[in-house]
Design a protein around this ligand. Structure first.
Ligand code: RB5
Length: 165
């Protein structure tokens, strides 16, 4: 698995901790910058990472800014990207299992290092669940082309609120 990393100035320190965690696990990654805390614009780095994930050059991306929100908004503008801003391990796991997310975004100013590393671990180790989730991801990707897909109702409204679904 090849991982593309990027941040803005707010995310540089947390990114260094993520890099160390990836090194400890002998994972293959490339840091697309920046390397200092001088102010930069997060969309520039979101694009660098997201374009390489979308092209298939990298399998997963991790983007870090102050909140993780700007990175998610920017990365999701790149066709083929499903960037997930998550705030806990369960969110990271489910973003892979249910949404086949290919970019994780983290908020350096809104999460602890321990939480962030836990989210990275869940994101990188959880496979996509497929099945009913594949149908839904297909619909997301159809939206990207400006099309929507007719709703397929496969569960009752009561079951719809079941978080397991
Ligand atoms: C930079 O100050 C901040 O706006 C950025 O890191 C991020 O939080 C944007 O979403």
């Amino acid at each position: 698995m090849r991982i593309a990393l990027g941040s803005d100035h707010a995310g540089v320190e947390l990114k260094a901790r993520v890099v160390k965690a990836l090194d400890d696990r002998h994972l293959d990654y490339h840091d697309f910058g920046p390397s200092t805390g001088s102010p930069v614009d997060y969309p520039d780095y979101a694009a660098r990472v997201a374009e390489r994930v979308a092209s298939g050059e990298f399998d997963q991306g991790i983007l870090i800014c102050g909140t993780g929100v700007g990175m998610a908004i920017a990365a999701n503008k790149i066709p083929g990207i499903r960037a997930a801003h998550v705030v806990d391990r369960d969110g990271a796991r489910l973003s892979r299992e249910h949404n086949d997310a290919n970019v994780l975004t983290l908020g350096a100013r809104t999460t602890s290092v321990e939480q962030a590393l836990d989210m990275v671990d869940a994101f990188l180790t959880t496979p996509f669940g497929g099945g009913r989730h594949q149908r839904r991801v297909d619909k997301i990707m159809a939206l990207e082309g400006g099309r929507s897909v007719p709703t397929t109702r496969t569960v009752s409204p009561v079951q719809d609120v079941d978080p397991q679904r």
